[in-house]
Design a protein around this ligand. Structure first.
Ligand code: NBP
Length: 488
């Protein structure tokens, strides 16, 4: 192996394969930073030609074949794959792996399932190659101007990638939004949780908007200013900012607010579902993300919605809104958002434990402060929380967040009650409050559930007042016996 490009014939320190919107933007971002020479290749040559025609001044090394691409890279050869997740990614990995040598680095910057990333990393490691699954957030604009980057993979690969990725990442308060998350699939896992939190955050904002309109009786026009004012305070975030922009938009055809002519069926690309599936497997209640995924699913069932609407004879009468209703909604949104993030970070902790990653939660919050969809002021508070106590049991017990939630708690309860009384769905707000109340309750009805389980399945229970495992002989004399823990 050599670092001398003349011996390998390569001049590019980094290559990008896959030049659709994400890949070409990332390649442009890379090429615009000092010190980078970027090789580019795409299966269909027209895309490469288009990039060169429009941005050839950035000094790309354009390849017409995969062999040409590989030989244009200096060692250790480093290539970022930006192709469709799944089979396309596997195909490109194999093409590179057949040509790369020990120590070279293949980065998958697509939205891969982290289980695939773990498998690919293991396979390529056995072939002497470095494989890095890197979550890249921020969409096409982020790829071009600076995304938040969540790379996994080996420390060896990180040493080469760090200066390159730092050069293109978004910057928050002087710090590039990239950190080595952990080995193998850690980066794609954390990107998955990021997307899950994004679902929850969007759902909560949508519920706030709905309550303001349908319970508070506000016109869309008034809400634009309200969301803009919220964006000046502790809710300041990209998602609140774009909410105001979407609400301000008028439809050119009808003159109505665009939000009123958009079909109310929310789609998704599946990372929210992955987050919930994995959380279920790991036993982590991410109810905020779950409710957000389910709310999109409900919205996308027009036939079922219409059928229920037909049989419902009466909806609740309008409810009088109390003084300060808008502030109450804002407080409920903030408190529910704290819960959603607390649950997301719990999932990262559980994933790290399960898959053996040494993650730095504060560093993750830090790299989400710019470049990505959930970028927000709020994340500075999470950085502080983990800086003060890296072993924090839950974000909800951090003094700042505990205080903030306590401050908004009464308003949160008023809003959930008002939503229920008004017949306006608020699954995110109400499930967040239930989660909070569950953690805050000294006793939970789980005791009764254990009794039921013991009754029908002899699943046994433990007692509050002595050690051991017990079973009541429900079908016989109803006497309690000490027993072995149930394994079924
Ligand atoms: P797409 O996901 O639309 O994929 C198109 C690219 O994949 C083209 O370059 C295409 O080559 C290439 N490709 C396919 Br499809 N099958 C291939 C194969 N078998 N061999 C070689 N190349 C193949 O592109 P994108 O929207 O730019 O996204 C790229 C990645 O980034 C995806 O994994 C996506 O999930 C992820 N991502 C996207 C966003 C976003 O906002 N769009 C955000 C974050 C992450 P061709 O030109 O020859 O057909």
């Amino acid at each position: 192996m050599t670092d001398n490009p003349s011996e390998t014939g390569g001049v590019a320190n980094i290559g990008v394969i896959g030049l659709a919107v994400m890949g070409s933007n990332l390649a442009r971002n890379l090429a615009s930073r000092e010190g980078n020479t970027v090789a580019v290749y795409n299966r269909t040559q027209a895309r490469t030609q288009e990039l060169i025609a429009e941005h050839g001044d950035l000094g790309f090394v354009a390849a017409e074949s995969i062999d040409e691409f590989v030989s244009s890279l200096s060692t250790p050869r480093t290539a970022i794959i930006m192709v469709q997740a799944g089979k396309g990614t596997d195909a490109v990995i194999e093409q590179l792996a057949e040509r790369f040598e020990a120590g070279d680095i293949i980065v998958d910057g697509g939205n891969a399932n982290f289980h695939d990333t773990i498998r690919r990393e293991r396979d390529l490691r056995e072939r002497g190659l470095n494989f890095v699954g890197a979550g890249i957030s921020g969409g096409e604009e982020g790829a071009l101007r600076g995304p938040s980057i969540m790379p996994g993979g080996s420390a060896e690969a990180w040493a080469t990638l760090e200066p390159i990725l730092r050069s293109i990442a978004a910057v928050a308060e002087g710090e590039p939004c990239v950190t080595h998350i952990g080995t193998d699939g850690a980066g794609h896992f954390v990107k998955m949780v990021h997307n899950g939190i994004e679902y929850a955050d969007m759902q909560l904002i949508a519920e706030a908007y709905d309550l303001l309109r349908r319970v508070g009786g506000h016109r869309v026009e008034d809400l634009v200013e309200l969301f803009r004012s919220w964006n000046e305070g502790d809710l300041q975030s990209y998602l609140i900012e774009i909410t105001a922009e979407v609400l301000a938009q008028r439809d050119a055809d009808t003159g109505r607010p665009l939000v009123d002519v958009i079909l109310d069926e929310a789609g998704s690309k599946g990372t929210g579902v992955w987050t919930v599936q994995n959380a279920l497997g790991l036993g982590v209640p991410v109810s905020g993300i779950g409710e957000a995924v389910f709310a999109r699913a409900v919205s996308s069932k027009p036939t079922q919605r219409a059928a229920v609407q037909r049989v419902l004879r009466r909806r609740p009468d309008p409810v009088e809104t109390p003084e300060g209703f808008e502030d109450d909604v804002r407080a409920a949104l903030y408190a529910s958002k704290v819960v959603a993030y607390a649950q997301g970070f719990d999932l990262i902790v559980a994933g790290a434990r399960e898959y053996g990653w040494d993650v730095d939660l504060g560093a993750i919050a830090r790299i989400w402060r710019a470049g990505c969809i959930i970028r927000a002021q709020f994340l500075n508070r999470i950085v502080d929380a983990y800086q003060n106590d890296p072993e924090l049991e839950s974000l909800l017990v951090d003094p700042y967040f505990a205080d903030a939630v306590a401050h908004g708690e009464a308003a949160w309860r008023r809003i959930v009650a008002l939503a229920a009384a008004s017949g306006v769905p608020a699954p995110g707000f109400s499930s967040a409050l239930s989660y909070f109340d569950s953690l805050a309750s000294e006793r939970l009805p789980a005791a009764l559930i254990q009794g039921q389980r013991d009754f029908f399945g002899a699943h046994t229970y433990r007692r509050t007042d002595k050690e051991g495992t017990f079973h009541t002989r429900w079908a016989q004399d109803r006497r309690e016996v000490e027993t072995e823990p149930s394994t079924h």
